[in-house]
Ligand binder design. Structure first.
Ligand SMILES: Nc1ncnc2c1ncn2[C@@H]1O[C@H](COP(=O)(O)OP(=O)(O)O)[C@@H](O)[C@H]1O
Ligand SMILES: [Mg+2]
Length: 193
């Protein structure tokens, strides 16, 4: 994780993003950088699909000309470890999110917030796939990617929770990923010639 990806005081400021975290509201400004318009619209569309869910930000307002989203502030701050109960709660949120038609491309622990009572929330939906129809191949792959990232968190913080089947799923995903990396290296090599 790069060092600047932290909330300092109530500000989060990176090359791509500026967030101001108020008592009740958060403003998330997408700075002009690679794909920023696409990411801005993707987060907006994802949040609209998640409006009925608890433990994810509510979209309060959108200012298109400033590529800024106004969100509800969720309790707590970025987690640095996850308990068994946190992971059980996170699994519920992930299931509800997938049922609403949003699949995340990653799930870094800093996007999981935990408060003093151990309540958890999930933020940051700009890199996601939205379901077009249930059996869309792209959607099916995207749901697998989301579940994989959830299992990676379980593996890292509470590995004893993994069932044998989940352990095998992680192993299989690792093999596929290695093939994919070799394929990419070969492709880049061929392109350079
Ligand atoms: N609605 C929110 N409520 C409280 N904290 C938030 C909220 N949204 C973001 N944050 C905090 O700001 C950080 C950065 O926001 P995020 O949307 O993840 O930006 P980025 O796209 O750069 O990762 C998060 O890791 C989290 O700590
Ligand atoms: Mg984030």
């Amino acid at each position: 994780m790069s060092g600047n990806k932290q909330v300092i005081g109530n500000i989060y400021n990176t090359e791509k993003m500026f967030l101001c975290i108020g008592d009740n509201l958060v403003t998330k400004h997408f700075k002009k950088s690679s794909n920023y318009l696409k990411r801005f619209h993707q987060e907006r569309k994802s949040l609209l699909r998640l409006q009925q869910l608890a433990h994810v930000p509510h979209l309060m307002a959108v200012v298109d000309r400033e590529t800024t989203l106004h969100l509800s502030r969720l309790p707590g701050c970025s987690a640095s470890s996850l308990t068994v109960q946190n992971l059980i709660d996170l699994e519920k949120i992930v299931k509800q999110m997938l049922a609403a038609g949003v699949a995340r491309h990653s799930m870094p622990i800093r996007d999981v917030l935990v408060d003093d009572c151990g309540e958890i929330s999930l933020v940051d939906f700009e890199r996601s796939t939205l379901r077009s129809f249930n059996w869309s191949p792209v959607w099916l792959i995207a749901t697998k990617v989301t579940k994989y990232h959830y299992l990676k968190l379980v593996e890292q913080y509470q590995p004893q929770m993994l069932t044998e089947k989940q352990r095998q799923q992680l192993q299989k995903a690792l093999v596929i990923r290695q093939y994919f990396l070799v394929f990419r290296k070969l492709r880049d090599y061929v392109r350079r010639r």
